[in-house]
Write a protein that binds this ligand. Structure first.
Ligand code: ZN
Length: 265
């Protein structure tokens, strides 16, 4: 079995653990995590994110984008920089990431900040369309607001709603629009009934795995930086929820992830 961690902040994990990107990749490989997508959060870390894939091009691809949680910091000139970087068409840049909407944090959900979030999301979805890239989406307490943006954008490559937490109905709406559902540490918590039920019922072909390392630690690892090798913990919970064999689940998810985010070969 091999795995693709489809959402990480490896530049931050490297800092937190004081380990090099190559050391992190080596540890991930020991847990059969063969591929990793590293996502950006603001213009300031575009170079670091790009650098991760430069040192380990056979295992790491990256995405560039402006994260909704940092909306107050983003400038219009950051969108210009993003556009310029995407226009370089680096084959290792396989996503617009991390972008989306955030309603769970009050300071970014004021009328003014919400409007700015929506504008930055629309601009980045337009880049996804123009540069023919999939998107890696953040959505907290904002699934109902996000869906119409995706419907309107009509992206050929679609993308994933990462670290999904929510109901079956909310997930199904994204799946019906052609999007995948990113499964992280949430499903390892027994109390996450609604999300676990959604993941149990969705088509296997609509699911992919991720850690969001160093964020979203799995059950049993609270308070520690999350890392790609912990993908196994979520995979184990996923296998308990599904009726298919672990081999079929792993193989299907590998294929789906490759098709979505490994556009290099
Ligand atoms: Zn993230």
């Amino acid at each position: 079995m091999k795995f693709f961690d489809t959402h990480t902040h490896l530049d931050y994990l490297s800092q937190d653990l004081n380990l090099s990107i190559s050391q992190l990749v080596e540890q991930s490989k020991q847990a059969n995590v063969e591929r990793i997508l590293v996502v950006a959060i603001f213009a300031k870390n575009f170079d670091k994110v790009t650098g991760c894939s430069r040192v380990e091009p056979n295992n790491i691809v990256y995405g560039l984008g402006l994260h909704p949680l940092y909306i107050a910091e983003h400038q219009l000139s950051d969108l210009d920089l993003l556009e310029k970087r995407l226009a370089e068409k680096d084959p290792s840049c396989t996503a617009i990431a991390e972008i989306g909407l955030e309603k769970a944090v009050e300071s970014v959900a004021t009328a003014e900040m919400w409007k700015k979030q929506c504008e930055f999301l629309e601009a980045q979805l337009a880049f996804a369309k123009r540069f023919d890239l999939p998107v890696n989406l953040h959505s907290r307490k904002s699934h109902d607001a996000l869906a119409p943006f995706l419907r309107k954008a009509q992206l050929a490559k679609t993308g994933v709603v990462h670290g999904f937490a929510g109901s079956y109905e909310q997930a199904k709406r994204f799946v019906d629009l052609g999007y995948k559902i990113g499964i992280g540490g949430t499903i390892t918590y027994q109390r996450a009934n609604k999300t676990r039920e959604a993941i149990r019922k969705l088509p296997l072909e609509s699911l992919i795995l991720e850690t969001d390392a160093p964020d979203m630690p799995a059950f049993g690892f609270q308070g520690q930086p999350n890392r790609p090798e912990r993908l196994n913990v979520s995979f184990h919970s996923l296998c308990e929820l599904r009726t298919e064999s672990p081999e079929l689940i792993a193989e299907t998810i590998w294929q789906t992830s490759e098709k979505l985010f490994w556009l290099k070969d």
